[in-house]
Ligand binder design. Sequence first.
Ligand code: ZN
Length: 314
Amino acid sequence: MRFSERLTQPPARCTRRAFLAAVTALPAMAIDSLALFDFRRNFWINLHHFLYAQAQLDARDREAEAAEGWTAAIAYYNEHMISRSLVDDPDLISIKQRLSGIGDSATAAPAAFDAGLEKALDEAAPVYREHWWAAHDRANAAWVQSQLPRLSDHGAAVAGALGRAFDFPWPAEPMHTEISFAAHVNGAYTTLNPLFITIASGDAREQGDLGFEILFHEASHGLAGKLQRLLALELAAHAKNKSTPSSLWHAALFYCVGEVMRRNVPGYVPYAEQQELWPRAWPSLRRPLEEAFKPYLDGTGDLRSAVRNLVSQL
Ligand SMILES: [Zn+2]
């Protein structure tokens, strides 16, 4: 699609202004769908996540690169970063946000990190730029480009359906979405306040229609607050909070987003089925989720009654 070619060209970071400029060239019907997400391709975000991912691997499984600065940066991440969660650790969340904020800066200095992290990033940066960044950013651009037709065709309908499902309106501003060759070991991840989505363009599980679901799954982390609160209240009211997996709300999120996708993308089979999440992660939850949420997604009752129905089956 010609309008999206701009997103594959330098500058590598797809700024919101550039993205919206591309969007405004589209027919009016498509604008809402394509303005749902603020896609960015940020060098520092990519470097940070690639270092984190490489440092998690055994040395023999890492991408071969013997440059001194790179080796030192991997050692720094190995020692100081990978024991902390990208999803939950306040420092790592702050680091990611600050890296996103420095855009195309030549050095990490504007992020004002401690000296050790700044040195690791600044020494790794030229090595990353020389060896990986061009290929990684091509993957990032290709990921965005591959999703634009789906967004144009289904984005508005899916966003509206998810807003109804979670009883929480889609935000007025496009969602901050960083496209990074590597992200979390499980693929994409999202942190809140402010909402910050990271999608792994290099992850085989996040391509094509599956990637489209993951995009909206991550977005739904920002819509699921009411679902989480209602579940917590209902579980507590029936003294089931200790006997129920703490990831129940996340299983419900997977179920609802997958079903919304199934209803909007012809022939689509949800991620949780394709990736066998139900048998692997939540073998006892699929049937209760289906019995509680399928009628709700079909238009019967409200979110509170679906939650009550679910908890009554646990
Ligand atoms: Zn999730």
